[in-house]
Design a protein around this ligand. Structure first.
Ligand code: MG
Length: 250
């Protein structure tokens, strides 16, 4: 069963989305060489609570952070730590989620730490572009496969690869609802898209191969199998008859 949200429920989700978007933007503005991922986490958690929301990730399955902070060859689920200090040339994926009035907002972006290599910059550009293509493909009357197809097309045309094991998801009163939203696929296949579906669309794109390794003892951090760079962009998106609407917008 794929949950369908009424316009009233989508309206309620806009608040959670707006908070998540603000927290991501403002946390992203702090990214610089010398800051630790724990400092970013503390800032984000404070802001979430100031906005009257709760961090969606803290305590989720035992996760200790309010954000996921994944650096360079880490794909997702990086654990904020005082020992992880950002260095010039790194890339960092920050994922923030907020719960407001029981509704979830979830978004992510990857940032450059100071000057980064041209290939890293291109990865960030292509990954964000692939997310927008996936969002544009989330049209009522279309199919779930259209989203993954659009994302995969952009990523692979650039010579990058699409992570298979981690995917987008439905979202609402729970962070992860049905369906799973893969970042690869074939056009006109899969679930028929209807107004009122709400998805987190979140490509994870690698410079090298698509395979992953981990999580290891920490139970969380996922790496590229070949240690190549990985980037991640995400928005929470409502499907409407007028087209996709970004809920994680300020
Ligand atoms: Mg997500």
């Amino acid at each position: 069963m794929i949950p369908i949200k009424t316009p009233e429920k989508i309206e309620a989700m806009r608040t959670a989305g707006r908070i998540s978007a603000k927290v991501l933007r403002k946390t992203g503005e702090l990214v610089r060489p010398g800051i630790s991922t724990l400092e970013l986490d503390r800032f984000a958690e404070n802001l979430i609570r100031l906005e009257g929301a709760r961090p969606a990730f803290k305590g989720y399955g035992g996760f200790t952070g309010s954000i996921c902070a994944s650096i360079n060859n880490q794909i997702v689920h990086g654990i904020p730590s005082a020992e992880v200090i950002l260095q010039e040339g790194d890339i960092i994926s920050i994922d923030t989620g907020a719960i407001f009035d029981g509704w979830y907002g979830d978004n992510a972006a990857t940032y450059a730490v100071g000057e980064i290599a041209p290939e890293a910059a291109r990865l960030l550009e292509v990954t964000e572009q692939s997310m927008w293509a996936g969002i544009d493909a989330a049209q009522v009357g279309g199919h779930l496969g259209d989203i993954g197809h659009a994302i995969q097309g952009i990523a692979e045309a650039a010579g990058f690869s699409v992570v298979r094991e981690y995917v987008g998801h439905g979202i609402g009163k729970a962070m992860h609802e049905d369906p799973v939203v893969p970042n690869f696929g074939r056009k006109k296949t899969g679930l028929k898209l209807k107004a009122g579906m709400v998805f987190a669309i979140e490509p994870m794109i690698n410079v090298g191969g698509y395979r992953t390794r981990g999580p290891y003892l920490d139970g969380w951090i996922v790496y590229t199998a070949d240690d190549s760079l990985s980037a991640h962009f995400e928005h929470t998106v409502a499907l409407t008859v007028d087209g996709p609407e970004i809920l994680t917008a300020e």
